[in-house]
Design a protein around this ligand. Structure first.
Ligand code: GDG
Length: 745
C-alpha cells in the first residue's frame, strides 16, 4: 500500500475570483484529463494506492485556496498541495518563462535559434527545482510512489532521491527528447545536470521510440551510463527507460455523439456553413504548431484547387498562450497578417475562406467542432504527442479525415491519417484535397482502425501501464541489488565446494585474476598466480577455465602448459584441457579493414589511445588517455561504430575503457554454457569484472548451485559482488584451501 504523489509545475485547476465570488476551473491540458480519468476509472481496481496527492505551483493567493480547500479536497479523488511562497516573482519568471519556455521548450522542439542560453535562467531553474524538493522532502515516506511530470522539473527526481533513496520515482517527459545533435547545444554543465536530475528516477517515460533512443544516446555520451537495451545502470541502480504514448479518454470523447447539446451545436454549425466542407484546427499559439506554414498551405491549396473556392471553410481556433514571451507575441502578429492576406485574396461577398478565432473554446464548443469538421488539419512542426489529433479521431462519428504532421509524436500511432510534412505546402495542400474527395467507405475504414487503437490504449491504460512498470522496475532493482560477499556467504560457498564432486570454476583474467594494467600486454601473470592455478587445477574434482577477451596466442603463452580449459576472445576460440585450440568462428578478416580506418582516426584524435587487433576482434583502448578526453571520444566512436555496423554481422561492445568490435553470435555466456553442459558440475563458481562477463552471469542465472560473483561496484546480473580485484585470490584460496599466501578477506 502506498501513496501516489503526482508532481507537475501547474496544478490541475485554477481559481477565479470575481469580487467575493470564488470558483474553481479545471485546466484543459492533456495530463490533467489523463490523471483525472484514471482516478475516476481506476478507483476500484487499484487498491494498492491508499492516497493520492497532486503537488504544483499555486497561481492564486493563499486566502483563495483556503476558501475552496475543504470543498476541493472532499469533492476530488485526490488531495491537492499547492506550493506558495514565490514572493520573488523574478525567480519564478526566470524559471518558467526563462529556462523552461525560452531554453528547453524551443530547443527540445528543434527551434534552437530561439533558445536563450542565459545563466540566470539556469540558476533560477535549479532554485525552483530545489524549492519543490525542500517543500516535499519532509512530507515523503520511503514507500511513496512519486510521478514527476515534464520539462520544468527535470532536476527533481535526483533531488528527491538524494534525501530518500528508497522512493519509487517515475518521470515522464511530455515534449520530444531531441536527438543528441540538438541536445548537445546546451552548455556542458547544464547537459550533465539535467540528465543527472532525470536519472534520479527509477522509470523514465517518453511518448515515442525515437525520444527513448535519443535520451539513451545522450546519457551514454554525457554521463557514460552503461546500457542494456532500455535498462540503464546508473550509480549502482537500475533505471528503466520506456515509451508510454499518452492516450485520450476514449469513452468520454466517443460518447459525445449522445450529448444532445453538443449535437445541436454541431447541427447549427453545419447549417451555418451549408454546402461547404469544414476543415478545423485548434492549437495553442505556439511557433511549434506550424500555424504560418499551415496558412501558406491553405493559400497554396486555394490557388491550386480553385474548384474548392466557396465550397470549403477553414476554422482556425488559436488559444492564447505565453503571450508575455516575445517570440510568441511576434508570431501572433505575423499569423494575423497572413490570415488577412489570404482572406483578402480569396474572399467573395458571400464567402471567407478562413474563420479565425483567438480564444479558448469551452468543451461543448470544441466537441461540436470536432463533430462538424469534415477534416482536421493538425500540422505542428514538432509535437511531443498532440492530443487534438487523437481527440478528433476518438470523437468523430461520421468518418472525418485527419491530416496529421509526421513530426507529431501521434504520427507513429495514427498511420491511417493522411501524414504530411508540415512545411511542404504542396504535400499539405494535396492532402487537403485528398481529404475532401475521399470516398465515404475509405474515411470510415481509416477512422475505425484508428479508433480501435485509441480505445485499446486509452488514458487509463497509459497511467496504469506507467505505474505498473514503475513497480516492476522496483522489484527488478531488488533482484539486481548485489549482495556483497560476507562471512556468511563465504561459509556457504565453502560448504558447497567441499560437498561437491564436480566443480566448474570459470574465471575471467583481466580485472579478476590479475589487476588491470595501463598496457594490456603488461598484465603478465606472476609465478604466484601460476602456481595457484596449477594447484587449483590439479585437484581431481576441479575443472578450471580461464575465460578472457584476450587472444588465444597470449593465453597459450601464459597458461598453455597448465591443465586448464582456455577460452579466448570471448568464446571465439576454445582450447579444452589437454586438447588443441578450436576456432568457433570462421569469417574472413576483411571486415576489419572497414573498421580499422575509423579506429585509427580516433587514435589520432585522442593521444594515448591505441588499437588492439585479435583474431576475431578489433578494439580501441582508451585507458591511458588524459582527463575525460578518452571517455568523450569513446562516446563519439561508439556512436559512429553503431551506425557503421548496421545490418552487418558485427557487434560493438562498450567495455571497461575499451570499445571492441567483434563478430556477433558468440559471447562469454554462450561459451560457459557449452562448458557447463559438457561437464555437468554440481558446483559452479564464476567470477568476472567486466561488462562482457555479464553474459556469463546471465547464462548461469537459472542453474542450480551456480554462484556468480562480480568484482567491483555497479549493477550486475551476478548473485554476489566483491569490492576489489585484490580480494579474488584470497577468496578462492579460502574456499579451496589452496596454497596462495594472500590476505584473508
Ligand atoms: C504537452 C505536449 C502532448 C486546446 N484548446 C482548447 C482545448 N484544448 C485541449 C485539447 C487537448 C489539449 O488542450 C492540448 O493538447 P496537447 O497535446 O497540445 O497537450 P499539452 O498539454 O498542451 O502539451 C503535447 C501533451 O503534453 C500530452 O502529453 O501531447 O505534445 O506539448 O486536450 O483538447 N480544450 C478546450 N478548449 C480549447 O480551446 N476545452
Amino acid at each position: 500500500m502506498s501513496r501516489l504523489i503526482i508532481i507537475s509545475n501547474r496544478l490541475p485547476f485554477s481559481i477565479d475570483r470575481e469580487g467575493d465570488k470564488i470558483s474553481v476551473r479545471q485546466s484543459s491540458g492533456g495530463l490533467v484529463s489523463a490523471i483525472k480519468s484514471y482516478f475516476e476509472n481506476a478507483n476500484d481496481r487499484d487498491k494498492t494506492i491508499t492516497e493520492k496527492l497532486w503537488v504544483g505551483v499555486a497561481d492564486f493567493p493563499r486566502q483563495d485556496w483556503q476558501a475552496v480547500e475543504q470543498e476541493q479536497n472532499e469533492h476530488e479523488d485526490f488531495k491537492v498541495l499547492p506550493l506558495f511562497a514565490f514572493s520573488d516573482k523574478q525567480l519564478y519568471e526566470d524559471y518558467y518563462n526563462g529556462f523552461s519556455n525560452s531554453v528547453l521548450w524551443p530547443l527540445f522542439h528543434y527551434f534552437s535559434s530561439l533558445a536563450e542560453f542565459k545563466a540566470n535562467y539556469f540558476d533560477a531553474y535549479i532554485k525552483v527545482n530545489l524549492f519543490f524538493a525542500d517543500q516535499l522532502t519532509p512530507l515523503l515516506h520511503p514507500d511513496d510512489t512519486i510521478w514527476i511530470h515534464d520539462y520544468q522539473l527535470m532536476l527533481l527526481p535526483q533531488l528527491l532521491r538524494g534525501e530518500n533513496p528508497e522512493l519509487s520515482i517515475g518521470f515522464f517527459l511530455h515534449i520530444p527528447f531531441p536527438s543528441y545533435e540538438i541536445f548537445r547545444l546546451l552548455p556542458t554543465e547544464w547537459k550533465k545536470t539535467l540528465l543527472q536530475g532525470i536519472m534520479g528516477a527509477d522509470l523514465i517515460g517518453f511518448h515515442t521510440h525515437d525520444y527513448v533512443q535519443h535520451f539513451i544516446q545522450s546519457v551514454k555520451i554525457v554521463l557514460g551510463v552503461d546500457t542494456y537495451f532500455q535498462n540503464l545502470q546508473y550509480q549502482d541502480r537500475l533505471v528503466k527507460v520506456d515509451l508510454f504514448p499518452i492516450g485520450v479518454d476514449f469513452k468520454k470523447f466517443n460518447s459525445t455523439r449522445n450529448d444532445p447539446t453538443i449535437m445541436r451545436m454541431r447541427d447549427d454549425l453545419k447549417k451555418n456553413f451549408e454546402h461547404k466542407k469544414i476543415v478545423f484546427s485548434v492549437d495553442r499559439l505556439d511557433y511549434t504548431k506550424g500555424l504560418m506554414s499551415r496558412l501558406m498551405a491553405i493559400e497554396y491549396f486555394l490557388n491550386t484547387y480553385p474548384q474548392w473556392r466557396e465550397r470549403v471553410v477553414f476554422i482556425l481556433n488559436v488559444v492564447p498562450s505565453r503571450d508575455t514571451i516575445k517570440a510568441y507575441d511576434d508570431r501572433k502578429k505575423e499569423i494575423e497578417e497572413k490570415i488577412g492576406t489570404v482572406n483578402g485574396k480569396f474572399s467573395t461577398i458571400s464567402w471567407q475562406p478562413i474563420i479565425y478565432r483567438y480564444n479558448h473554446l469551452n468543451f461543448t464548443e470544441l466537441m461540436a467542432l470536432y463533430h462538424a469538421a469534415d477534416a482536421a488539419l493538425v500540422t505542428p512542426l514538432r509535437d511531443g504527442m498532440n492530443l487534438v489529433a487523437k481527440e478528433y479521431v476518438a470523437t468523430s462519428s461520421e468518418g472525418g479525415v485527419l491530416i496529421l504532421s509526421e513530426l507529431a509524436g501521434a504520427a507513429s500511432e495514427l498511420n491511417e491519417a493522411l501524414l504530411v510534412n508540415p512545411i511542404d505546402m504542396v504535400d499539405v495542400g494535396g492532402a487537403i484535397n485528398r481529404a475532401l474527395i475521399m470516398p465515404e467507405a475509405e474515411k470510415r475504414n481509416r477512422i475505425t482502425i484508428m479508433q480501435k487503437r485509441l480505445q485499446d490504449y486509452d488514458v487509463v491504460r497509459w497511467v496504469g501501464d506507467f505505474l505498473e512498470q514503475l513497480s516492476i522496475v522496483k522489484r527488478e532493482q531488488q533482484k539486481f541489488e548485489v549482495r556483497v560477499v560476507d562471512e556468511r556467504i563465504v561459509g556457504m560457498l565453502k560448504d558447497q565446494y567441499e560437498e561437491s564432486h564436480k566443480r566448474c570454476l570459470l574465471l575471467d583474467y583481466d580485472g579478476t585474476l590479475a589487476p588491470i594494467t595501463r598496457i594490456p600486454s603488461q598484465a603478465i601473470p606472476n609465478k604466484q598466480l601460476i602456481d595457484f592455478l596449477r594447484n587449483l587445477a590439479a585437484e581431481d574434482r576441479n575443472y578450471v577455465t580461464i575465460i578472457s577477451g584476450r587472444e588465444g596466442d597470449v593465453l597459450e603463452k601464459w597458461f598453455g602448459d597448465l591443465p586448464l580449459t582456455l577460452v579466448a576472445e570471448h568464446g571465439a576460440s576454445i582450447k579444452k584441457k589437454g586438447e588443441a585450440w578450436r576456432h568457433e568462428v570462421s569469417v574472413a578478416d576483411k571486415w576489419k579493414d572497414q573498421i580499422r580506418p575509423l579506429l585509427k582516426f580516433f587514435v589520432n584524435r585522442c593521444a594515448g589511445s591505441f588499437i588492439e587487433e585479435k583474431r576475431n576482434t578489433i578494439a580501441w583502448h582508451y585507458r591511458n588517455t588524459q582527463g575525460g578526453l578518452g571517455f568523450t571520444r569513446s562516446r563519439e566512436l561508439l556512436n559512429n561504430l553503431t551506425q557503421l555496423i548496421q545490418n552487418s554481422p558485427l557487434q560493438v561492445v562498450d567495455g571497461n575503457k575499451v570499445i571492441e568490435v567483434r563478430i556477433s553470435g558468440f559471447d562469454k555466456g554462450v561459451a560457459v554454457l557449452k562448458i557447463v553442459n559438457e561437464i555437468s558440475p554440481d558446483f559452479t563458481l564464476c567470477i568476472g569484472d567486466d561488462i562482457t562477463d555479464e553474459d556469463m552471469f546471465k547464462a548461469l542465472e537459472q542453474r542450480t548451485r551456480a554462484y556468480t560473483i562480480k568484482v567491483g561496484y555497479g549493477s550486475t546480473a551476478a548473485k554476489y559482488t566483491i569490492i576489489s580485484q585484490a580480494q579474488v585470490l584470497p577468496l578462492l584460496d579460502h574456499l579451496t584451501e589452496n596454497a596462495y599466501a594472500g590476505s584473508q578477506i
